[in-house]
Design a protein around this ligand. Structure first.
Ligand SMILES: C[S@@+](CC[C@H](N)C(=O)[O-])C[C@H]1O[C@@H](n2cnc3c(N)ncnc32)[C@H](O)[C@@H]1O
Ligand code: SF4
Ligand code: SF4
Length: 300
């Protein structure tokens, strides 16, 4: 990220904290819920399988920009399945940059070629070594690793959702993050128990153990793109929800924090690290604010 963009975001953040502003800064647009995979832990794929049209996404971008969002995520379903005529996700990223978004991130399952240098960051889901990842995500590990190695960007951050199946896999995925030349860092979430996936959720004791392992990995110089100072709040779900500075737009519908905000009782079991990290920062938690500055200066 350009230093000017970083300063703009920092000033915005400071103002939000001082004036207790609830304006969003971080926005996600869901391009489609269509997906080529059907992962065990996922409850948001192929519900309608509609790919939203370019003009609609463009309007949603304008609306988010107008509301104050400056960090934009494109997500799905499988984000890289998005296309409208001759347009693909690369066109959407270019359009977003032209509109003035300061940082544009694409979230993907990595099964399509990663020729997307336009993205400031690619969050690429990897949920274990070959055996465990494939157990969760189908036979995709080799394809994904091939795409990582031939990517035209080195701004890839591995994105691991930790659950009952892969809770022992953290060091193995960290090793991949450390060794692969196109991988810049690794970022974690804990399983959020949507209906039908409750059996994959971790107890507080299990989350604590995972955070301990992640902390050990940080000591071993694994590039972890999470805020260690927020771990105790995440382990015990002791952060304010929802996070008002994050919004999600799907098919014209705007939700505060995540689409999951509409599911009764889910926020109390939230496993999304970003929700905790941003909510704590904007509540003025000094340790988390400094941790965010230090971490973001390193990775973005
Ligand atoms: C919904 S997917 C969409 C983008 C893309 N298809 C992918 O898999 O990266 C975005 C992220 O949410 C994670 N995810 C899905 N279900 C989850 C759950 N119940 N709890 C926590 N993370 C979850 C996925 O593992 C993935 O990293
Ligand atoms: S690839 Fe992403 S959207 Fe598709 S099923 Fe898996 S987690 Fe869900
Ligand atoms: S706090 Fe967590 S569960 Fe609640 S809306 Fe935000 S991301 Fe979803």
């Amino acid at each position: 990220m350009k230093i000017s963009s970083f300063l703009t975001l920092s000033v915005y953040g400071i103002k939000s904290i001082i004036f207790k502003n609830k304006k969003p800064i971080l926005g996600t647009i869901i391009l489609t819920d269509k997906c080529n995979l059907s992962c065990k832990h996922c409850a948001v794929n192929n519900i309608t399988a509609v790919i939203y049209p370019y003009a609609q996404i463009q309007k949603e971008m304008q609306s988010l920009f107008k509301s104050g969002v400056r960090i934009l995520f494109f997500c799905g379903g499988e984000t890289c399945l998005w296309a409208d005529g001759d347009k693909n996700v690369k066109d959407l990223i270019r359009e977003a940059k032209k509109m003035g978004f300061l940082y544009v991130i694409l979230v993907t399952n990595g099964t399509f070629p990663l020729d997307i240098p336009e993205a400031d960051l690619i969050l690429l889901s990897l949920d274990g070594d070959k055996e465990i990842h494939n157990m969760i995500r189908g036979d995709t590990f080799d394809t994904i690793m091939g795409n990582v190695r031939s990517a035209t960007t080195d701004k890839i951050v591995l994105y691991m959702a930790i659950n009952q199946i892969n809770k022992e896999e953290i060091p193995k995925v960290c090793k991949i993050a450390k060794e692969e030349k196109n991988v810049m860092a690794i970022s974690f979430n804990f399983h959020t128990p949507y209906t039908g996936t409750e059996y994959l959720a971790l107890s507080a004791a299990e989350r604590e153990r995972c955070c301990h392992i992640i902390s050990e990995m940080i000591k071993e110089n694994v590039p972890v793109f999470n805020l260690q100072s927020a771990f105790p709040y995440i382990v015990h779900n002791k952060f304010p929800t929802p996070c008002y500075q994050c919004v999600v737009m799907e098919n014209g519908k705007l939700s505060t924090c995540g689409r999951c905000v509409h599911i009764h009782g889910l926020c109390e079991q939230c496993g999304y690290f970003f929700a905790a990290e941003y909510a704590l920062v904007f509540k003025g938690n000094i340790r988390v604010i400094f941790d965010m500055l230090k971490t973001y200066l390193k990775y973005i």
